[in-house]
Design a protein around this ligand. Sequence first.
Ligand code: SG4
Ligand code: ZN
Length: 263
Amino acid sequence: IAGHFGYRKRDQHIWVQNFKLCDGKLQSPISISSFKSITLPLPALEIIGYHDFLSTPLYLKNNGHSVVVNVNNHFGKRLPYIFGGSLDINQEYEIDHLHFHWGAKNNRGSEHMLNGIRYPMEMHIVHKNRIYSNLSNALNHKNGLVVLGIFFQLQEEDNKSLCSIINHLTSVRWINNETKLNTSITLASLLPKNTDVFYSYKGSLTTPPCNEVVTWIIFSMPVPISFSQLNKFRLLSNGNNLIADNYRKLQNIGLRKVYIRKL
Ligand code: SG4
Ligand code: ZN
């Protein structure tokens, strides 16, 4: 969708020259602080179909900016979707794809920061409003997308739930490489154990064209990943450079409010 853009400091500075929206007032990512967030008595986020195995074949692709698992629509089967929480009543958002942002070093990689912490990786599960026919149409509407943000935290042991994806990373080392996963996955296995506590705010795509159409939902609890698993993401390349450090610099919160749902 976006064409060429880079993540180095001098590259990020010129995003706005080619993509005017990147200069807006509702940009992402931001630094989130639990103290500065507004507690709301929000209902739980309803997460439907996340325990079902995704329809196969599932494709893993290196698009030069990230590695993406595309979720395809399967005739007769409803895509996993979300509603409730901080989302407008009666609006349902169905999954489109998921992708990752990671660092070359353990002290960086996540796009959002939470209470001063930058995690080594952040996963985005991108959902589009069911009223729009596809992702590019949704990008033209303020209520077009909801992205779930999930932080990863290093631990000693492998996270078994990530194996089906990580085992295939060597097959998508180079830009535009695509491979079929040989086992299906459930989205539930990729979520934190606890999804009751989350932050929500109005923002944008964190990449060009930076459309301000995203309701962000960031889970407070991180998901574990081992050092050796994270290292496999770090080998991915866009042809000229490693993809690692594919996170956008923090954007101003401005007049926005960040809400938190607690138990
Ligand atoms: C990544 O580059 C994805 O590969 C893109 O997905 C995604 O664009 C982009 O990030 C921005 O998404 O959740 N980080 S983000 O704000 O979802 C879109 C595809 O190009 C439009 C499919
Ligand atoms: Zn993302």
